[in-house]
Design a binder for this molecule. Structure first.
Ligand SMILES: Nc1ncnc2c1ncn2[C@@H]1O[C@H](COP(=O)(O)OP(=O)(O)OP(=O)(O)O)[C@@H](O)[C@H]1O
Length: 257
C-alpha cells in the first residue's frame, strides 16, 4: 500500500537530537544518537529488541534523563525544563503505548472525556460532546460512543486508545508497537489510521515497530538503531538496500513464520 504524499515541512524540526548517549551501569545503550523529526512527518524507528527504542522515547518525553547530548522537543531543551514545564510539554505529546489500557468500568465516551476534563477545565458539556464526536469519527468508531471497552475487539480498543490520545490535540504522536498482537487485517486498518491521523490532525509522529508491513505503509522515512546509533536511514527501500548482515537478518526474520 502506498500512502498519499503528506505535507512535510523539511525546514521545521519538531524534535532535534544530537549526540545522545545513555548507559545503565556498564551497559551502553545509546551511543551518540542523532535524530530529527520534521513537522508533519511519520518517522519509523526500527531496531531489534533491547536496542534502546523505548529508552529513546522516554528521554524524548522527559521520563529518563540523557547522560550526554541535546534533546530539543518543540524548541525546548528537555533536560533544562522544570517539572512544571515538562508537564506542559508532555501535553503536546500523544502516547499510544501497548499498555495504554482503557478503563473497563467506563463507556467509550467516558474514557475519552476523562483526559479532556482533567486538562481543560473550561469546556461546556456541548464542547465536550463535540470534541468526543470529532475524535470518534476520526478513528471510525462514531457508533461505539456508549459501548463498554469489553464489547470492543482488540483493533477497536486500539482505535479508542488513539482517539483518547488525540483528544488533547497533540503536536507529536509517539506510537510504540501499534500493530503488536493484532491480526494482519486489523494491522492494516491501524496503519491506515496512523496515516489518516497524520493527514487530518497534522501531527508529526514517531512509530516504533518491528512490523515491516507497518513500517512500509506508514513511514515517510525510516531509521534503524544498530549498536546504539542510527546507522541506516531513508525510505524503506533505501534502508534495506544493503549487504549489512544485521539489516538483512532483521528483514528476513520478519518474513519467517
Ligand atoms: N530503567 C532502566 N534501568 C536499567 N536498564 C534499563 C532501564 N530501561 C531500559 N534498560 C535496558 O536498556 C536496554 C534497552 O531497553 P529498551 O526497552 O529501550 O529496548 P527496546 O529497543 O525498546 O526493546 P523492545 O523492542 O523489546 O521493546 C535493555 O537492555 C533494558 O534492559
Amino acid at each position: 500500500m502506498h500512502k498519499e504524499t503528506p505535507k512535510i515541512n523539511y525546514t521545521d524540526k519538531v524534535i532535534e537530537i544530537k549526540g545522545l548517549t545513555k548507559s545503565f551501569d556498564e551497559n551502553d545503550i545509546l551511543r551518540g544518537v542523532d535524530l530529527d523529526l520534521y513537522r508533519g512527518e511519520n518517522l519509523v524507528v526500527l531496531g531489534r529488541s533491547g536496542t534502546g527504542k523505548s529508552v529513546l522515547i522516554k528521554i524524548i518525553s522527559g521520563l529518563l534523563r540523557a547522560d550526554e547530548g541535546i534533546v530539543n522537543v518543540l524548541g525546548q531543551n528537555v533536560s533544562k525544563l522544570t517539572p512544571k514545564e515538562l508537564q506542559q510539554l508532555r501535553l503536546k505529546l500523544g502516547f499510544s503505548f501497548q499498555n495504554s489500557a482503557l478503563y473497563d468500568s467506563m463507556t467509550v465516551a467516558e474514557n475519552l472525556e476523562f483526559p479532556l476534563v482533567r486538562h481543560q477545565t473550561n469546556l461546556t458539556r456541548r464542547d465536550i460532546n463535540r470534541i468526543i464526536d470529532v475524535v470518534l469519527d476520526a478513528v471510525g468508531l462514531a457508533q461505539s460512543r456508549d459501548q463498554m471497552p469489553s464489547e470492543l475487539s482488540g483493533g477497536q480498543r486500539k482505535r479508542i486508545g488513539i482517539a483518547r490520545t488525540l483528544i488533547l490535540k497533540p503536536e507529536i504522536m509517539l506510537y510504540d508497537e501499534p500493530t503488536a498482537g493484532l491480526d494482519p487485517i486489523t494491522s492494516i486498518e491501524i496503519n491506515k489510521l496512523i496515516n489518516e491521523v497524520q493527514r487530518r490532525f497534522k501531527t508529526s509522529s514517531i512509530i516504533i515497530t518491528h512490523d515491516l508491513t507497518c513500517a512500509r505503509s506508514v513511514g515517510d522515512r525510516l531509521v534503524m538503531l544498530l549498536d546504539g546509533q542510527f546507522q541506516r536511514q531513508g525510505t524503506f527501500e533505501e534502508v534495506f538496500d544493503t549487504d549489512d548482515e544485521r539489516v538483512q537478518s532483521f528483514y528476513n526474520y520478519n518474513f519467517i513464520d
